[in-house]
Write a protein that binds this ligand. Structure first.
Ligand SMILES: [Zn+2]
Length: 214
């Protein structure tokens, strides 16, 4: 059985994980969202689902406790369990999102997303880097699970936030197997020391392990 994921976990100096509180057969224990950085303005990776007040309350509590706001929200891909909570975050945490930019890789399917007009979504560029205090993140295109999927490389820790490209428990489903295998190879080539997945527990990668066979 997979280890239980708490609602809020301080993982390190620059990473806090907040569970989306949206458990289901598809999302496992729920969507993992992550607050990255150590300064007053930080990055949130993924948003959980719409209409989950428990998640918004946890996110608010963490932002208040840390005395921080959000500089950026990164969406790993356009599935409801990763982008659905975006409107709720803007609506219920206005003071924390006043100067927040939202980023995603564009997809033809974006027109079907239920995002209010006043929330502008900017397009990631391949290899684009974002820096906040305590964290530099490079965008890593990783299609396969979906056509718009991106992962995030935290350079300071050589860690990868894998979205649904790699799951902590179980195997990711994919729309395009060839793209998925290629994306896994790209992530493996970074030889990350740790992978923080969109669902499931953290994956620690042994330094002795030969991962070039991906
Ligand atoms: Zn997901």
């Amino acid at each position: 059985m997979a280890a239980v994921i708490p609602c809020v976990t301080r993982i390190s100096q620059n990473i806090i994980r907040i569970l989306g509180c949206n458990p289901s057969s598809e999302t496992q224990q729920g969507t993992n969202t992550y607050i990255i950085g150590s300064g007053k303005r930080r990055i949130l990776i993924d948003c959980g689902e719409a209409d989950v007040p428990q998640y918004i309350n946890h996110l608010r509590a963490v932002l208040n406790y840390e005395g921080i706001d959000l500089a950026h929200i990164f969406i790993s891909h356009g599935h409801e369990d990763h982008i659905g909570g975006l409107a709720d975050i803007f609506e219920h945490l206005k003071d924390k999102t006043k100067h927040c930019q939202v980023w995603k890789h564009p997809s033809p399917k974006d027109s079907g997303l239920n995002i209010p007009k006043h929330i502008e979504i900017e397009n990631f560029k391949e290899g684009q880097e974002f820096a906040v205090e305590g964290a530099t993140i490079r965008i890593l295109r990783s299609p396969g699970h979906t056509d718009d999927h991106v992962a995030f490389h935290l350079l300071e820790d050589n860690a990868v936030f894998s979205g649904d490209c790699i799951l902590g428990d179980g195997v990711a489903v994919c729309e395009d197997l060839f793209d998925q295998v290629h994306s896994l190879g790209e992530i493996a080539s970074l030889r990350p020391s740790v992978v923080y997945p969109g669902h499931g527990n953290i994956i620690h990668v042994s330094t002795e392990r030969n991962i070039t066979r991906f």
